[in-house]
Design a protein around this ligand. Structure first.
Ligand code: CP3
Length: 339
């Protein structure tokens, strides 16, 4: 068992810096495209055997030091009763929006082993196969809320912010519901065998820090607190979160995920005695090989005072990234940090 990733999460000394990439199982890999060619994305998410296959691809092909469960943050929203579809090129779409009391009341608290049994089955199957640690995950409540309120992806988040400012009681009601569902969902993942858990807050960075503190942070803290008893590393990734680092550091997470918009040295100084995960710009994978190597060397050097560093991209790998570039990145991280 390669436990370098888990050691780095705990701030222990490692022989080299472990690396995995957000969205490492996905469309940039021809092997993923092949599996995905026969099924829809949602069918894939609900087939444990296929999820196992695509979860293993980046481990076998690219030599990553951790695996992330193949699923999606919105699977839980569907299990709560929100009809979900993924449209080619458009991303996730909900059949309705959740902006009033009635629609929010219609959302259920699903039994994770019943409604998302396929996720737990995937975790159990993966643990039999994997030689690296398995990361489970969920969306953070605010990020999930934006999809439910907007009915899908958004750029402006008009309805989300309108609800937050004009109907805060509804906003909190929906946050409460998602928080309750996420808590039992992640607890079930830990029980099924996830060895670390990551909370993805992809849209936290659209908020003013004062609003984040009031409307989002208490829910994040509550979820992380409820997972403490499992004694596995907890990772909180607030995308575009350089202005929210003091919160991430106090969230209850063991590892603070960083996007690429901040120098990792500054971030390490701000988060104190916490491990950090990140933070190369996903598009930097397109650099010529020698420049990519230099860039990785610089990042490793900037992170040398971290209380544990897990190398990652600052956000998900882009679907048009050449797989061999991702492979070079893994090789360079292993080579340069192992010296
Ligand atoms: O990281 C991994 O390899 C594990 C799998 C994973 C997926 N989605 C698979 C996926 C994870 C961890 C996610 C998280 C997720 N999903 C987030 C948080 C991280 C982030 O990127 O900010 C969000 C916001 C979503 C919601 C979502 N799912 C969107 C907006 C989209 C459409 C955009 C896109 O990239 O296509 C998805 C679809 C999705 N999720 C795909 C994959 C591999 C592509 C689906 C396909 O095969 O067509």
């Amino acid at each position: 068992m390669n436990d370098t990733f888990l050691k780095a999460c705990r701030g222990e000394k490692t022989d080299y810096t472990p690396i995995w990439m957000m969205r490492q199982a996905g469309r940039y890999l021809p092997e993923y495209q092949k599996v995905r060619g026969n099924v829809t994305f949602l069918e894939l998410c609900k087939s444990p055997e296929l999820c196992v296959e695509v979860t293993l691809q980046p481990i076998d092909i690219l030599n990553m030091d951790a695996a992330i469960l193949f699923s999606d943050i919105l699977i839980l929203m569907e299990a709560m009763g929100a009809p979900l579809d993924f449209h080619e090129g458009k991303g996730p779409v909900f059949a309705k929006t959740y902006r009033d009391q009635e629609s929010i009341d219609s959302l259920a608290l699903p039994d994770p082993d019943e409604e998302t049994g396929f996720v737990m089955e995937t975790i159990r199957l993966l643990r039999k196969e994997l030689k690296v640690p398995l990361i489970g995950f969920a969306g953070a409540p605010f990020t999930c809320l934006t999809y439910l309120v907007e009915g899908g992806s958004s750029k402006v988040f008009w309805d989300t912010k309108k609800m937050m400012y004009t109907q805060p009681h509804l906003f909190h009601l929906l946050m409460e519901k998602i928080t309750a569902a996420t808590t039992i969902y992640l607890q079930a993942q830990a029980k099924a065998g996830a060895q670390a858990l990551q909370l993805f807050d992809s849209w936290a960075g659209i908020l003013a820090p004062c609003d984040y503190e009031k409307f989002v942070f208490p829910y994040v803290q509550r979820i992380l607190e409820s997972l403490r008893l499992f004694e596995i590393p907890l990772i909180y990734f607030a995308n575009n979160g350089a202005t929210l680092l003091e919160y991430s550091a106090r969230s209850g997470a063991d590892v603070v995920g960083l996007d690429w918009r901040i120098n990792i040295r500054d971030a390490i100084y701000k988060v104190g005695k916490k491990a950090v995960q990140g933070n190369i710009d996903p598009f930097a994978l397109l650099l010529p090989k020698d420049e990519l190597k230099q860039r990785i060397g610089k990042l490793l050097d900037d992170a040398r005072d971290a209380h544990g560093h897990i190398f990652n991209l600052g956000h998900g790998i882009h679907q048009f990234t050449p797989p061999e570039q991702a492979k070079y990145a893994v090789e360079f991280v292993h080579e340069l940090s192992g010296r």
